[in-house]
Design a protein around this ligand. Structure first.
Ligand SMILES: Cc1ncc(C[n+]2csc(CCOP(=O)(O)OP(=O)(O)O)c2C)c(N)n1
Ligand SMILES: [Mg+2]
Length: 530
């Protein structure tokens, strides 16, 4: 239970402190960190994450993180305190009706007013959060309800049971998609976070391998095909998506990250197939050649069984997968000099060149920032699924420390690396204190370009100048972490990065490697998101 204290929720703490609830309590320095940590717990463990926040500002501070969980389909339960019912309307401290604020960004948001019904309501919150399509649920309890005493029949606790699966997709839909895949000459399979969150990563890999489908991996599906796999073409995604005649997207929305679902050559657009874990997830804004909704593992198994029989992949161009593999190699060859760049100030890519040498296969890599994190997405290909945490399509800065706290707890023996822009650092770095107090060692690498880089360069491109985009050059964010009881160091030369990273991983305490990078380097971006 991630939380920040407030009198409206003391009874929850009291229950845990007295051993009535077998929970670990982690107290943080900002409610958004509590909810980001609950969200990352959910995304890493695929079990619901729990945050408890106090009434009023505790809830409003949580809203950006709840919204992030909503966009990411992460099963999160947020329990909150609430001003008393008996004086409602008279102006108690922090009196505000929370559910209307939360309703648009949760699967359900409601208030429990009766003590005897609290347990069933909490169970219901967990049940809703973890049913596909998963997402956050909000429950507040009036002061009387949470402090009261009552006899109650406790429900059979649904969290002890396996998470409910989505129903299998309609066989007719899977058959239509199989026909399209069979006939395609240049198919591409795009995998998104729900493939991991829905436990479909093995079925997805089997289908891709059996059908020889080149794969682009997004979000938490990164790693479903491990780095170096001959069908993994994420690094050549622009060629793959420009030349494809069929793009099958599973477990990801067709949003700005996927060109809103328009792929292929301009004069003959690719056929697009969209597969989601529920009917509400299937895109309505783009013409689809076919679609399916339901359990993603069943979908992949069904697809592989239907396509791989006799007559299999008749239509496919045998040169397609090798050509994309060649494009991947060419991209990697182009990357190599940047990853080894000797430039001073440091080129941000060099940070990743050094990190790649020391990352273990089971590392959890977290990105919170602008350009610095875009570079990470380009250069870091995970070896396993579920270990990559970016903020997702809501694009909220400030996820970093919450995600890092959760990652350290969820994967106690794995490396946890937080890649943090210097701008992003300002939103959550105070929670390095939480890492220290709870003895949670993580490595934080700050890409310190002294700027809001992902705003500075676009503003220059649009206006010919930039304003309000500069931060303090070389600011000592490492000293901030030291002051809070962790450790860190400043790095200004490319040769210093590798040794600093090794010291950071060996330190056994929260450690911030503050790398001063070149503010003039902009990430070469092809999408604006609008
Ligand atoms: C909460 C929030 N506020 C503002 C933004 C807009 N924004 C997106 S990227 C960015 C700059 C990030 O700067 P930094 O973390 O230093 O990374 P850099 O681009 O410099 O590598 C900003 C301000 C946002 N995405 N989220
Ligand atoms: Mg920056």
């Amino acid at each position: 239970m991630f939380t920040l204290s407030g009198g409206h929720i003391f009874p929850l703490y009291d229950a845990v402190a007295r051993g009535e609830a077998p929970l670990r309590m982690v107290d943080v320095r900002h409610e958004q960190t509590a909810v980001f940590a609950a969200e990352a717990t959910a995304r890493l463990t695929r079990a619901p994450g729990l945050a408890a926040v106090t009434a009023g500002p505790g809830v409003t501070n949580a809203v950006s993180a709840v919204t992030t969980a909503w966009f990411n389909g992460a099963p999160v339960v947020v329990l909150a305190g609430r001003a008393p019912d008996y004086r409602w309307g008279a102006g108690s401290l922090q009196e505000i009706d929370h559910p209307p604020l939360l309703a648009p960004v949760t699967k359900r948001a409601w208030t429990e007013h009766e003590t005897a019904k609290v347990a069933a309501a909490v169970d219901e919150a967990f049940r809703i959060a973890r049913s596909p399509h998963r997402g956050p649920v909000f429950l507040d309890m009036s002061l009387e309800a949470i402090y009261g005493q009552a006899e109650a029949d406790l429900p059979d606790v649904s969290v002890a049971e396996p998470a409910p699966a989505a129903p299998p997709p309609d066989p007719g839909d899977v058959g239509r998609i199989a026909d399209l895949v069979r006939a395609a000459r240049r198919p591409v399979l795009i995998l998104g976070s729900d493939v991991w969150l829905g436990g479909a990563q093995d079925a997805a890999r089997r289908a891709a391998e059996e059908l020889r489908l080149p794969v682009v991996a997004n979000g938490q599906a990164r790693g479903v095909l491990p780095r170096g796999h001959d069908l993994l073409v994420t690094r050549a995604r622009s060629v793959a998506l420009r030349e494809a005649d069929l793009v099958l997207v599973a477990g990801a929305p067709l949003d700005f990250r996927l060109a809103y679902g328009s792929f292929g050559p301009e004069n003959s657009p690719a056929q697009v197939v969209h597969v989601a874990d529920g009917p509400g997830g299937v895109a309505a804004h783009v013409p689809l050649a076919a679609s399916a909704s339901g359990d993603l593992a069943s979908f992949f198994d069904g697809l592989a069984a239907r396509v791989s029989g006799p007559g299999g992949l008749d239509g496919s161009d045998p040169g397609w997968a090798p050509r994309l593999a060649e494009a991947v190699r060419a991209a990697q060859d182009r990357d190599a000099p940047l990853l080894a760049s000797e430039a001073e100030p440091v080129h941000p890519a060099r940070v990743y060149g050094e990190l790649l040498r020391v990352l273990d296969d089971d590392a959890v890599v977290i990105g919170d920032g602008g350009d610095f994190v875009s570079f990470a997405g380009k250069y870091i290909e995970p070896a396993r699924p579920g270990g990559w945490l970016d903020p997702g399509p809501f694009g909220c800065l400030g996820t970093g420390l919450g995600y890092a706290i959760a990652a350290r707890l969820a994967r106690p023996s794995a490396q946890v690396v937080l890649l943090l822009g210097d701008g992003a650092a300002g939103f959550s770095l105070m929670d390095a204190d939480t890492l220290v107090r709870h003895r949670l060692p993580v490595v934080i690498v700050c890409g310190n370009n002294g700027a809001w880089g992902l705003e500075k360069h676009p503003m220059r491109a649009l206006y010919g100048y930039d304003v309000l985009a500069d931060l303090q050059p070389g600011c000592r964010y490492d000293e901030v972490v030291r002051a809070l009881g962790g450790a860190g160091e400043l790095v200004t030369a490319p040769s210093g990065i590798g040794p600093a990273l090794r010291r950071a991983f060996a330190a056994g305490v929260p450690y911030l490697v503050n790398v001063v990078t070149d503010p003039e380097i902009a990430y070469p971006r092809s999408t604006t998101g609008v």
